[in-house]
Structure formats: C-alpha cells, structure tokens
Design a protein around this ligand. Structure first.
Ligand code: TNX
Length: 526
C-alpha cells in the first residue's frame, strides 16, 4: 500500500515536471524581430536582439489631446486587455512616457511613410509607434498585435509573458486600394457578420470593404424613396431563404464601424443587369411594365433595367442620392457586369449617364471592367475581373484599374476539386495560386502606374453563413493583403508560406474556420 502511494506521488511529480518542461519549451522568447511572422510583410525590419516586456500597470500614452488618437489607443487597449488580464489605460503625454509603456505619436515629415505608413521603434524600455496620420498609427497597431504571441487574441485571460522583440520597423503600402468584396445579395449576411469580416480586413491592413448590395436574388439596402426595393426585393435569397436587408441606420453602423478601422466602405448597386430584385419590386422599371418574379436560382445575365425609360434614370438618381448620403468614402460602385440582356448600344449611353449621376452626387465611379466600353470619366475606376481588352480600354482612356482577376483573386473559387463550397468556372485557386502573382505584370499593357490596387471578391451563391465565409477567406485573405501592401520583388511563396503557417494559431484563437491547405506547412506556436 505504502509502495503504491509512493508510486503515485512519484508519477504525479514526474508528470508535473514534464508538463513544466513542455510549457517552458514552448514559451516564446522573442529576440529577433526579423524572424517574426508579420503579414503583410513590412518594408524594412531592423532587429536589435532584445525584447520589450508588456507588464501589468502599463498605459498607452497618446501624444496629444486628440479624440482620434485616444480612440486608436483605446482600440489597442481593448485588444490587449482580455488576454493579458491587464487594465491598460489610455493617457496623454507630451513627451516620451516612463519606461515600460506604449507611446503613439504623430510625426509629420517622414514623406516615405505617406498616409498609411508607420514607424515602430521597440526598445527594451519603450514601444513607440509613429505615423504621419492616425490611419498609419492604426495600421501599425496591427503590427503590434501580430508581434505578440497568438494567445493575445483570446477573449479570456491567458498566461504571459507578453514580450516583443526589439528593433525598428519602417512600413508603408505599395497600393492605396487594398480590399475585399462581400456579396450580401446572393445570400444575406447580417450586421454582425459584416463587422467580423471587417475585422479580418483590418487585421491584415486592408482598407476597402466593397459590399455587393444588389443583384438578381436580393436588394439589401433600404431606399426610402423606393421602399419596395428592400421590402419585396430583399425578401429572399439563393435557395429561397428569408433574405434580409440593412435599414439605413444599420448601414450607417456598418460604415462607422469600418471607418473606425480606417476602412472605406464601397457600396455597389449593380446595373443595368443583375437587377431582377429591383424589377420584381417595381413593375415600371421593366420595359413591358410587368413586375418580374423574385429569383432564387444562380443563373446570371438574364435581367436588365429598361434603359429607354426616363423613370429608370429617376430611379437611379434617387438610389444614388440616398446611397451617396450614407457613404463617407469617395466611391460608388455601379456594377455594369454581364449585361447579356442589354444591347451594347443601350449599355454604353446608360453607363455614361449613370457616371454623370454619380458625379452629380459628389462621388467617383467604380464599375466592373465592362464599363470601359463607355466613355469613362477621368476619375472612374474599372475593376478588372475577366476581360483584358476592357481593362486596356480603360487605361487607354486614362482611367485607373482595380485588379480582381477571377483566376487569381476570386475568393469564391474552390481551392481544388474537393472543396465542399464555391465555384470553379474561373479556376481552382489554391493558397499559393492566390498569392503567386503580381498585379503590375499580370495584364500586358497595364503597369503599376495604372493600378489603384487589388480586391478579392467573395461571391456567395454557395456561401450561406459565417462559417462558410471563413473557410473561403482563410487562409487566402492574408495573401491578398500582402499583394496589395508589399511590392512583388519583396515577396516569395516559399518564404511567405512559413509566415502564413504561423498565423494558423491566430486563426484558431480567433475561432476562424480555415482551410488547412496541404501546401502550407502548418506548424505554428501554441
Ligand atoms: C461572375 S464577376 C459575376 C458574378 C458571379 C460570379 C461568380 C462578376 C463581375 N460577375 O455575378 O457571382 O461570377 O463567381
């Protein structure tokens, strides 16, 4: 009996020692800043071989009495407090605070940083983040989050230590437009889902959220002057579910939420095709004056607004006016794709007139690459998705191009033939295919100077819920973010895949349902 008890104590002792060894082996001691897995990859990282420790009792100091800086400080504190268990406060300081703290500071004059760049200077004593604009500070805050252990993203207290390798990071984006699109028309996604999607973009320093608000299957935004658009046109979705729409208040909430993360919402009303939901809501928008049936299938190219009727332009003007009033950013997306039911001689004057309407409400036009068939206004942007000739037509008119080539950037494309969701009409897009391309050389005749940036669209014919969204978005989204931020010569898949693998733990902690691609050597820290 005594021997048995002794054995038990012994076993418990050995087990405890092994456990402690295991934890201490996996406890991370950062000391080489250049080895950290930051996505997108920063422009310049200079390590100094030590570490800064984030300890209880620290504060985030912002340099001036500025609500905007305090908000960014608050945002960082809110990210750090749950997992660290600290109660980090945001304070104001004119000069560098005492050792151990975080300091956020505006410092005009570093031209190379531009609007969104930042400089992070980490010493043993201080974590200092500088930028020309608040926007740059916000982007830099994402780097701080990624430099901490993945466990910092947990919503409940974890064991530390919370250490960051020392050194300097100087960082700024290659392209000014770095975005993703969510199709909320084919399947409707509520405000909370859109906010979570927005959080994903922010974490990878993306700055545009394109919402595809109308299509054949659903109209998703309340328009007070044409109420049936939402009431009737928003009442279903692919497969016949209940659909839904955003009230103007809910939409304003989304816009504000995105703006607080320095993300611009780009709202799209697709026209003259992809309009069955509108044509079902108002009979007078149809050439034959008869309302269409609601549509819950997935065919494209069968609907068109009646381009000859004056009421059509009254409709467009009312919709754009209300939408522009809800839009804080400079762009309204007018769609223009796959107008197989509209004759080209009707399509061209329609797009010309709609561009004028958008301009009359103080906004710039973005449209799918087909809009280049019309006469583009100088500040209109063509979003290249399929037709290289159209993209070149846009450039020859002096317009800029947004790169979303379906064969590379469509997040609704399956990874391979076994992917349970998604389509494959353009390609199978494995994680390396999604990453391995350069927007500045993909289309002959279109160079970096013609390109505003890149966008990865998620069409949702087969995507029904947040879990589905996450599976298609991750792990491709970080790659699109890096294509937009980091110049092609500084990127390569064989190096990137290891950084991406380290983010697997972050996805897990954030409860993201991601695709465990066999092409990524998943072996992150725990
Ligand atoms: C093409 S891309 C479309 C969408 C579909 C998508 C599916 C584009 C401008 N139009 O209507 O949802 O393919 O991948």
């Amino acid at each position: 009996m005594i021997i048995k008890k002794w054995n038990l104590i012994n076993t418990v002792f050995i087990f405890t020692v092994l456990m402690l060894m295991q934890i201490s082996c996996t406890t991370r001691m950062p000391s080489d800043l250049s080895k950290e897995s930051i996505i997108p990859k920063p422009v310049e990282v200079t390590p100094t071989g030590d570490y800064f420790a984030l300890k209880g009792g620290i504060a985030i100091y912002v340099q001036e009495e500025s609500d905007e800086l305090a908000k960014i400080g608050r945002y960082l504190a809110d990210r750090l407090n749950p997992a660290t268990g600290y109660n980090i406060e945001v304070k104001t300081a004119l000069n560098e605070p005492r050792p151990g703290n975080i300091f956020l500071k505006l410092s005009s004059g570093d031209e190379i940083l531009g609007d969104e760049g930042y400089k992070l200077i980490i010493t043993k004593k201080l974590l200092k983040l500088e930028a020309n604009n608040p926007e740059g500070l916000f982007r830099g805050v994402q780097t701080i989050r990624q430099l901490l252990p993945a466990a910092v993203e947990f919503a409940v207290k974890q064991d530390g230590p919370w250490e960051i390798a020392t050194g300097t990071i100087v960082d700024y984006p290659a392209y000014s437009y770095r975005g993703a699109m969510l199709d909320v028309s084919r399947h409707f996604f509520g405000v909370d889902d859109v906010k979570r999607f927005t959080d994903f973009l922010a974490y990878y320093k993306m700055n545009k959220l394109h919402l595809h608000l109308s299509d054949d299957q659903g109209w998703r935004i309340e328009i007070k002057s044409w109420p049936n658009l939402a009431i009737i046109g928003g009442s279903t979705q692919v497969g016949g579910g209940p659909g839904g729409y955003y009230t103007q208040e809910q939409y304003a909430d989304i816009v504000q939420y995105a703006n607080e993360q320095y993300i611009t919402v780009v709202p799209e009303i697709d026209m003259p095709g992809h309009t069955n939901a509108a044509l079902a809501s108002y009979a007078e928008l149809n050439c034959d004056g008869k309302a269409r049936e609601l549509y819950t299938g997935t065919e494209v190219g069968f609907s068109t607004l009646c381009t000859h009727k004056e009421i059509t332009y009254k409709f467009v003007d009312d919709v754009i006016r209300e939408l522009a009033a809800m839009t804080t950013g400079p762009y309204i997306h007018i769609g223009g794709d796959e107008t197989h039911a509209t004759k080209v001689e009707d399509f061209i004057p329609f797009i010309n007139r709609v561009q004028d309407i958008v301009a009359s409400h103080g906004k710039k036009v973005i449209g799918w690459d087909e809009i280049a068939l019309s006469t583009l206004r100088p500040n209109s942007i063509a979003q290249h998705w399929a037709n290289v000739e159209n993209a070149n037509k846009a450039v020859s008119q002096g317009a800029k191009v947004l790169m979303s080539p379906a064969t590379r950037a469509y997040i609704d494309m399956q990874y391979d033939s076994t992917t349970p969701l998604g389509l494959h009409w353009a390609a199978y897009i494995e994680v390396d295919d999604a990453y391995n391309w350069d927007p500045a050389t993909l289309v002959t005749g279109i160079g970096k100077e013609n390109i505003v940036g890149i966008e990865a669209p998620l069409w949702t014919e087969t995507i029904k819920n947040m879990n589905d969204i996450e599976y298609m978005v991750f792990p491709r989204l970080p790659g699109y973010a890096e294509i937009g931020w980091t110049l092609a010569h500084a990127r390569n898949w064989d190096e990137y895949k290891h950084r991406l693998s380290k983010h697997g733990d972050r996805f897990t902690v954030m409860d993201i349902n991601y695709y465990q691609s066999p092409r990524v050597p998943w072996a992150g820290e725990k």
